[in-house]
Design a protein around this ligand. Structure first.
Ligand code: NDP
Ligand code: GDR
Length: 324
């Protein structure tokens, strides 16, 4: 039986990846952070599965990573753990670097020191392209625009370096934005769909947002974790972009989400400067041709359908909450 270790298992992607690997018959080990309240809402439904094993640890704690790699001897490691909020990275730059940059190095060193045959997936990001205009693919020049993106760029290159220096099967998936009903509440798509649900149920009548002109390539998270897995099943390790190839502004996402609930976004959305970033990434639109050819992977769900899926889920969830 194959053993996988997932850092970030309690996050959006980690929860979908855990489901996928359990379905495929893996023994799945997850790194979880100790918190004063349980933070496992996204994987609660997997709790009874005996093939799922959770361990306390932290990407900022190298000893915990070394101990886990030695104890588990995983065949595959998916490094999804991160301080993943771009705006927050301007407020917590050093912590972001420790988790999102040095954390990757700690994990790679633990794997190298253990001398095990283990494949490594790094959660790289379209944010690394930053100021370089679209379309972006594997050969596009990087120009990070936040402490988050700069930290992720370090991890991207150190993953390449460990592949070349130590012959490790280590790859980066350069993933464009991907969303779902499990998306964190402070990312813009989820903030919008939660806002739509709250307005629809009469809980509030407005939603405060920042820059509506930013263009993003939004896909559906469950499809992207399948791509991660495929990247670790190839004969040769290589980095791949996963994206839909479609770009939409935040304004267009708003329009689609509000319209699906029979609302007009302009009646409810207000501008709030506090959501602007010191340096913005204006436009990200990915070219995933390599993933299509090599992995047979293609994004099926595009932004319009994604907005509908997320609005329906949030309206239903809020209805149940209000009824209870
Ligand atoms: P989430 O923010 O939903 O999840 C992040 C996960 O990382 C959580 O499980 C969190 O734990 C964990 N984590 C945070 N800090 C640490 C730490 N110091 N040590 C160990 N674990 C930690 O992110 P997503 O699921 O959306 O993204 C997964 C990965 O992919 C991230 O690395 C992100 O940067 C990257 N990425 C995401 C994209 C997207 O559009 N979603 C696109 C491209 C890359 P806790 O629950 O305790 O907070
Ligand atoms: P992003 O996602 O920065 O692309 O990073 P986010 O949803 O936070 O922002 C997307 C765009 O929307 C604009 N925006 C707002 N953003 C937030 N969060 N809140 C607002 O109120 C708001 N108003 C406008 C932003 O300025 C931005 O232009 C995500 C994360 O998942 C990263 O971890 C990942 O690497 C990248 O996607 C790819």
């Amino acid at each position: 039986m194959k053993r996988a270790l997932i850092t970030g298992i309690t996050g959006q992607d980690g929860s979908y990846l855990a489901e996928l690997l359990l379905e495929k018959g893996y023994e799945v080990h997850g790194l979880v952070r100790r918190a004063s309240t349980l933070n496992r809402g996204r994987i609660d439904h997997l709790h009874q599965n005996p093939q799922l094993k959770l361990h306390y640890g932290d990407l900022t704690d190298g000893v915990s990573l070394v101990n886990l790699i030695y104890a588990i001897e995983p065949h595959e490691v998916y490094n999804l753990g991160a301080q993943s909020h771009v705006k927050v990275s301007f407020e917590m730059p050093e912590y972001t670097a420790s988790t999102d940059a040095s954390g990757t190095l700690r994990l790679l060193e633990a794997i190298r020191a253990a001398g095990i045959d283990c494949r490594f997936y790094q959660a790289s990001t379209s944010e690394m392209y930053g100021r370089t205009p679209p379309p972006q693919d594997e050969s596009t020049v990087f120009y990070p625009r936040s402490p988050y993106a700069a930290a992720k760029l370090y991890s991207h290159w150190v993953t390449v370096n460990y592949r070349e220096a130590y012959d490790l099967y280590a790859v980066s998936g350069i993933l464009f934005n991907h969303e779902s009903p499990r998306r964190g509440e402070s990312f813009v798509t989820r903030k919008i769909t939660l806002g739509v649900a709250a307005i629809k149920h009469g809980v509030t009548d407005h939603l405060d947002l920042g820059n509506l002109d930013a263009v993003r390539d939004w896909g559906y998270a469950p499809e992207y974790v399948e791509g991660m897995w495929r990247m670790l099943q190839q004969d040769e390790p290589t980095d791949c972009v996963l994206a839909t190839g479609e770009g939409h502004t935040v304004r267009e996402f708003c329009e689609a989400a509000f319209a699906h609930a029979g609302l007009h976004w302009e009646d409810h959305v207000r501008y709030d400067k506090q959501y602007e970033r010191p340096t913005e990434v204006d436009a990200l639109i990915g070219d995933a041709s390599k993933a299509r050819e090599l992995l047979g992977w293609e994004a099926r769900t595009k932004a319009g359908e994604l907005a509908r899926i997320m609005v329906d889920a949030d309206i239903e969830q809020m209805r149940r909450l209000l009824d209870s």
